[in-house]
Design a protein around this ligand. Structure first.
Ligand SMILES: N[C@@H](CCC[C@H](N)C(=O)O)C(=O)O
Length: 317
């Protein structure tokens, strides 16, 4: 095996989380030539930190606002083009280094402006990031179908066995799914109670369905009382997401939160304007759409710990 010489004994890394979706953040200047094996190692819950991914960040402070190039490498070594909570953590990291309250995040799914929306000394920073415009067309998701997968019976894409069957939101008939791209693909299903679903069985079946040639994240949503009342500009949903690349459920997913808002709006479960409040297990995320139908995702970011990782233990030479 070839060895790339590095003159450093340790790699600096910081652990952040956005609403419980946690990441190790590493400056792209750190000597990590083998990013996939590094990510597999440090994301491992036994040998590493058990985080949901590694964000390699290249800061470009000379611009106004400062820019940061973000690459997310996931626990399975795959690279995801976009990550809502990761982008919010990357923004906080860049803001700490530059003192700026606004930054631009360059992702593989486009450049995303981010800003600090509160500087409350007593609570976590609230960071908002402009997200991709949700797209339902088959080429964007992508879906191997001629027509968009919008409000289709789940049996159109996968044959779930009886134990994994979940009832639809109205409780009458099979589960219905909608596929949407929010920077990464999501399949959204509305159910009566997200906690009643065996997501560790239901998620992988859809995530690996042939209909999704690049795989998909699987997001469940159930409305809380605000939507049931049907009377508010603000809609509140419980959220659970099974993530591609993590191959498991995460405490929160930003692109999933935007996917819920986009699909709820498309299916007329919710008003097309106003603010959505999403409750994943890790906390609260907010989504709103601007005049150009671009989503803005907002929520807390916490800088948890700083680490010096021995190069020799990182499989990164
Ligand atoms: N947790 C993220 C999404 C990360 C990417 C996803 N796992 C994929 O591979 O598509 C978020 O907050 O958006």
């Amino acid at each position: 095996m070839s060895t790339i010489a590095v003159d450093r004994e340790t790699i600096a890394a910081s652990r952040y989380h956005g609403t419980g979706n946690d990441f190790l953040l590493v400056d792209a200047d750190e000597p990590v030539p083998k990013r996939r094996s590094f990510a597999r190692r440090v994301c491992d819950p036994d040998e590493g930190f058990g985080v949901d991914g590694v964000l390699f960040l290249a800061l470009e402070p000379e611009f106004a606002p400062p820019r940061v190039v973000m690459t997310l490498v996931q626990p399975d070594g795959s690279v995801a083009p976009m990550c809502g909570n990761g982008a919010r953590c990357a923004a906080a990291w860049a803001m700490e280094r530059t003192g700026a309250d606004a930054v631009m995040i360059d992702t593989q799914a486009g450049t995303r402006p981010a800003e600090r929306v509160s500087a409350d000394a007593d609570g976590p920073a609230q960071i908002a990031v402009e997200m991709n415009r949700p797209a339902f067309d088959p080429a964007s998701v992508p879906v191997s179908a001629d027509a968009p997968v919008v409000d289709r019976p789940v049996s159109d894409v996968v044959d779930l066995d009886a134990d994994s069957r979940v009832r639809s939101l109205d409780g009458d008939g099979p589960l219905r799914i909608t596929a949407v791209d929010t920077g990464v693909p999501h399949v959204v299903a509305f159910v009566e109670d997200v906690d009643s679903v065996e997501l560790d069985r239901f998620g992988p079946a859809i995530r690996h369905a042939e209909a999704f040639p690049r795989g998909t994240n699987v997001t469940l949503a159930s409305p809380t009382s605000t939507l049931a009342a049907g009377s508010s500009d603000s809609c509140v949903f419980d959220q659970r997401t099974y993530e591609r690349g993590v191959e498991g459920e995460t405490a929160a997913c930003g692109t999933g939160a935007v996917a819920i808002a986009a699909v709820a709006s498309r299916l007329a479960y919710a008003p097309r304007s106003g603010e959505w409040e999403l409750h994943p297990p890790g906390g609260t995320l907010r989504v709103r759409f601007d005049a150009h139908h671009r989503a803005v995702l907002e929520g807390p970011v916490v800088h948890e710990t700083d680490h010096e990782l021995p190069v020799s233990e990182c499989e990164c030479r």
